[in-house]
Design a protein around this ligand. Structure first.
Ligand SMILES: *Cc1c(COP(=O)(O)O)cnc(C)c1O
Length: 380
C-alpha cells in the first residue's frame, strides 16, 4: 500500500474488508497505457469495476487520464456516465431490451452485435434526426457475442443499413489470449485484419488484458484491459506490468482445540489426526469464498494468512464461515477479532482461484456485499 495513504471507511463491526489501493490501480492503468502507446488504453469497469466499486475506480482512473470506459449493462452505463460526464462509454451488452433511448440521451455508445440491433439503433437515429455513435462487435472465432462473418458481409454489401450512425469502433474478442502459444490467437488476428478492412478508417480494438501482452500487432487503435488494471495476472506465461491492488481480509471469530479423531464442519469431511487448533473466520460462500476452496478430495485447497503465517482451509466452507488449521502457528499468532488475510501479502487472486478450481476473475467479481470496501489513495 502507498505510504502517506489516506484511508476512508469504518471498521466497527466489519466482519471482512476489501482494501482497494486506488493509487496502485491508477499506476497499473498508466503502466498498461505506456506499454501499448501509441495505441490508446481504455478501462473495462463492468460488474462494479470487477467488484471493487465502480464509483471510486472510475474516478481514480479518470484522474489518471483514462477517457474511455467499457461497461456491460445499461445500469452500469448510467453509473459510468454520471461518474465520467466527458468520457467515451461503450456498452458491451449492446441494446439490452428497451435501453436505446436512454443510451442516446446519455451519449453512451452501444457495442452492436446483431443486425437487428444495428437496424434498431439506426432507426432511432433517423427518428431523432441525429447521428448516433455506434461500435460494432465482430466475431473472429470466440462464437460468443459478435456479428458472424456472414452478417459482417451483409452489412458491408448494403452500407445504407448504417446510415445515421457514426462508427466509433470495430472490435472483436480473443478466445485464448492467456496462452501466447495458442495458434488461435494468430487465426483471430488475421480474421480481424481481413474483416476490419471492410470498415476503412474506423478505429479498431482487439485486445483485453492478456491480448495486449501478445505484442503490438494486437494493439490496433485501442486496447480494453479490465482484470490487469486491478492487479490480476490472467496469463501466467506473459505477466502484465502490474502489481496487486487488492487485499481481502476477514475477522477471526474464535480459536478452539480439537482432539484427534474429532471432525470439523458440515459432513465431517476433515478429521484431526493430531491435537489441533482450529480458527473460525467470518467469511463464507455467501461472501464469495467458493465452497470448494476446501478440498477434501486431496486437491490442494485454499489458504489464509494469519500474522504472516499460512494456514490451510479445513472442513467445509459454510455460508458465513471458514475454518482453518492453525496448529502449526506460533503461540499468540492467532487472536480473535484480528483479521486473517484471504487475498494479499503474497496470496494472489490467482492462488485463490486455483484453490477453488476456477480463475481469479471469478474470485474478484464474486466478493460479496458483506465485505466493507476500504479505499487507499495517495494523500492529495
Ligand atoms: C470483459 C471484457 C474485456 C476485459 O477483459 P479482461 O480480461 O478483464 O481484460 C474486454 N473485452 C470484452 C469484450 C470483455 O467482455
Amino acid at each position: 500500500m502507498t505510504v502517506n495513504a489516506r484511508m476512508s471507511g469504518s471498521l466497527a463491526g466489519a466482519t471482512g474488508t476489501i482494501t482497494v489501493d486506488l493509487a496502485q490501480i491508477a499506476a497499473n492503468w498508466r503502466a498498461l497505457a505506456a506499454k501499448v502507446a501509441p495505441a490508446q488504453c481504455a478501462a473495462v469497469v463492468k460488474a462494479d469495476a470487477y467488484g471493487l466499486g465502480a464509483e471510486r475506480v472510475i474516478a481514480a482512473l479518470s484522474h489518471a487520464g483514462c477517457t474511455t470506459f467499457f461497461i456491460a449493462t445499461p445500469e452500469e452505463a448510467e453509473t459510468a456516465r454520471k461518474l465520467a460526464p466527458e468520457a467515451h462509454i461503450f456498452a458491451l451488452d449492446g441494446l439490452v431490451g428497451g435501453c436505446a433511448t436512454a443510451f442516446a440521451n446519455q451519449g453512451v455508445t452501444p457495442v452492436l452485435s446483431t443486425l437487428d440491433d444495428i437496424a434498431a439503433w439506426a432507426a432511432l437515429a433517423r427518428m431523432r434526426g441525429e447521428t448516433l455513435p455506434a461500435a460494432l462487435h465482430i466475431d473472429t472465432g470466440l462464437n460468443r457475442l459478435g456479428l458472424p462473418v456472414r452478417d459482417v458481409r451483409r452489412l458491408t454489401a448494403d452500407p445504407s443499413v448504417l446510415s445515421g450512425l457514426r462508427l466509433e469502433l470495430v472490435m472483436s474478442h480473443l478466445a485464448s489470449a492467456d496462452n501466447p502459444r495458442d495458434p488461435k490467437n494468430r487465426d483471430q488476428l488475421l480474421a480481424f485484419e481481413t474483416l476490419t478492412a471492410l470498415f476503412p478508417g474506423v478505429p479498431r480494438s482487439l485486445a483485453a488484458s492478456d491480448g495486449l501482452m501478445l505484442g503490438p500487432a494486437y494493439h490496433f487503435n485501442l486496447v480494453r484491459p479490465g482484470y490487469a488494471i486491478y492487479g490480476g495476472q490472467a496469463s501466467q506465461l506473459a505477466p502484465a506490468p502490474v502489481k496487486p491492488a487488492v487485499r481481502v481480509a476477514a475477522r477471526i471469530l474464535a480459536v478452539a482445540d480439537v482432539a484427534p479423531g474429532e471432525t470439523v464442519g458440515y459432513s465431517a469431511t476433515w478429521r484431526a489426526k493430531r491435537p489441533s487448533r482450529i480458527a473460525t473466520i467470518a467469511a463464507g460462500y455467501a461472501d464469495g469464498v467458493p465452497r470448494n476452496s476446501s478440498a477434501p478430495d486431496g486437491r490442494p485447497g485454499g489458504h489464509v494468512l494469519i500474522d504472516g503465517h499460512l494456514a490451510p482451509l479445513v472442513g467445509r466452507v459454510s455460508m458465513d464461515l471458514i475454518t482453518v488449521d492453525v496448529t502449526d502457528l506460533p503461540d499468540g499468532a492467532v487472536k480473535p477479532h484480528d483479521f486473517a488475510t484471504l487475498i494479499g501479502e503474497g496470496l494472489t487472486i490467482e492462488d485463490a482461484g486455483i484453490a477453488a478450481a476456477t480463475i481469479g476473475y471469478e474470485i474478484l467479481t464474486r466478493l460479496g456485499p458483506r465485505f466493507t470496501r476500504l479505499y487507499v489513495e495517495d494523500a492529495a
